[in-house]
Design a protein around this ligand. Structure first.
Ligand code: CA
Ligand code: CA
Length: 96
């Protein structure tokens, strides 16, 4: 395995694009030797998770995050309506 170069740039052209995705898939299939540069999530192996990370690098950050969010109490549940993606962190606490 090699470690010089840009993480995700598997053909060393200083760009991260679909060509690097193809090389990564070939590494997974055993067609090409694996490279440390393909292990985007740093878990020590090259697999589909790294392909997803590579594609996300190419597509860039999501631009469709929610700009508004409304919560509704339906009586039996809390309902949420948004116009895009939101990250939700939930804490469940017992009330005594
Ligand atoms: Ca490249
Ligand atoms: Ca990995």
């Amino acid at each position: 395995m090699e470690s010089d170069g840009i993480l995700g740039d598997l053909n060393s052209d200083s760009l991260i694009n679909i060509l690097d995705v193809i090389i990564m898939v070939n590494m997974i299939l055993g067609i090409e030797p694996e490279s440390d540069l393909a292990d985007l999530n740093g878990d020590g192996m090259v697999n589909i998770l790294d392909v997803v990370a590579e594609i996300n690098l190419i597509l860039g950050p999501r631009v469709d995050n929610a700009s508004s969010l409304q919560l509704f109490d339906t009586g039996t549940a809390i309902k949420m309506e948004t116009d895009g993606y939101v990250a939700v962190k939930t804490t469940i606490q017992r009330v005594t």
